[in-house]
Design a protein around this ligand. Sequence first.
Ligand code: SF4
Ligand code: SF4
Length: 474
Amino acid sequence: MSNATESLYAAWKKIYPRYQLGFFRTLRSSLYTAQLVIFFFLPFLRWERPSGLPNQAILFDLPGRKFYIFDLMIWPQDIILLAFLLMAAALGLFFITALGGRVFCGYMCIQTVWTDLLLHVELLFEGNRKQRIKFDHSPLSVKKFLIKGGKHFTWLLISAATGVAFVNYFMDAPTFWRQLFTGELPTPALLTVAFLTATTYLMAGLAREQVCIYMCPYARFQGAMFDDDTMIVAYHPEIGEPRESNRRIRTGKTEQGERVGECIDCDACVTVCPTGIDIRNGQQYECITCAACIDACDSVRERLHASKRTLICYTSLREMGGEKTRWLRPRILYYAVLLSLFFGGMAYYLNHHAAVELTVIAHRQPMYIVQSDGGIQNNYTMRVLNMTTAPQTYSLAVDGVPEAVLSIAAIQQHDSDGHPLLTLEPGSVTPFTVYLRQPGTRIESGSLQVTFTLSALSASGGTASYHSTFVRPQ
Ligand code: SF4
Ligand code: SF4
C-alpha cells in the first residue's frame, strides 16, 4: 500500500486573460464605464436645497444622522426603508440569477469592474497576453522594474481614487479636497481612504479571479437559484466534438472519412477567460458568464468562414436538451411579485412617511399654576422636527381643554383661528415653551387628556399629533 498522500493545496497560477473585441465585450465595457463614471463623479453632482442644507445630490451624512438623496432626506426614523432596500436588493439578485445565471458577476459586480479596469492598466504597461507572459518570465532588469513599478503605481492611484470617491459619499466632496490639501482631513476619513486603497489594490489588482472563485459567498450559493431554464454560457459538444484542426473544418471529415466536429481546438476561448477555465469541460462554478469566450469563438469562426452555428453561446440546460427555454415560470413569478411588493412598499412609505415630528413634554415642577383670575395654566416643552427639505410654517392647535388659550413663548404670529404660527428651517429640531391656560370661570377639578396638533400650511409639510395631560387641582 502506498503511503503517498495527495496535497489539497494547489499553487496559484497567474492567469493572463487575452483582450477580445466583440459584441459582449462592447456591452460589458459600456456597462463598466457607466458604473465607473457614476461612482467617481456622482459625489460632485450638486443639488439645490434651502440654505443650511448640504447641496451635494447624494450625501450620507453620518455625523448629522441624515441621508440626502436628491430631494429625499432620510432620517434614522426611516430605518425601515433601509430594511426594505436591503431585502429588495437581495430579491433583485435572486431574480436576476434565476433568469440570467451569474450575469450580475460578469456585468455588474464591482470586483469584475475594478479587475477589468486594472487589467487594462496592465495591458497598457505590459502589452498583450503573449507579451505579458514573456515579460513575466524575463530576468529582472531596470526596464522591467520601471514598467512593473509604473503599473503598480497606477493601480495604487486608481485604488486611492476609489477610496476617495467612496468617502466623498459621506462628506461634502469639495470640502474633502480642500481639507486634503490643507491637512485638515479628519482621521476616520483618512483611514477609510487607506483601507479602501489597500483592499482595491489587493482584490482587483493582485487577487483578481481568486476573489470570485474562493472568497465570494454568492458564487457558493447561487447554484440554489439555478434551474433548467436559467441562462448559462455553454459549449455545444454535439457541434464541436470531436475536435479537429483548422484544415479539416472545411470538409467536416477526417482523411478516413470520419465525421469531425467544428471546434478546431484553438484555445481562443480558454485564453480570454478571466477565471482561466475551459468552458468545453462543461458548466463550472468558476464561470462568471462574462461571455468573453463567446466573442473569442465567434471571431475565430468568422475568420474561418465556418457555419453560422455557434459553438459557445448563452443558453439553458433545457434548450441544450432540445426544448425551449421557459422564461415565465413559477420561481420567476414569485420573485417578480415579491419584488413588486417591496418596491411598492418603499414607494408607499416614501409618499406617506412623516414629514414632521412632534413631542410635547409637560413641566411637572410645578404641575400647574393657579392664576390671579382663578384660571389654571400648564407649561410644556414642545420639540418640533421639520423632516422635509424646505422651510415650513405650522399652526398649533389643542383639543381637550374647554376654552383653552394656547400660546408659545416668543411667538407672536397667529392664524385667523387664533392658533400660534411657527416657522422652522428644514432638518432642524427646535424646542419651544408652550403655555396652555384654562380661564378661571368654569374650572372643575381633575386632570384632562389633551391632544396637541401641529399642521403645516403647505401640503408637503404634513401634520403630527401628541397626547398629553392638562393637570388641575383635585
Ligand atoms: S468560461 Fe466564458 S463566460 Fe465563463 S468566465 Fe470564462 S470567458 Fe467568461
Ligand atoms: S474558441 Fe471555439 S473553436 Fe476555438 S477552441 Fe474554443 S470552442 Fe473550439
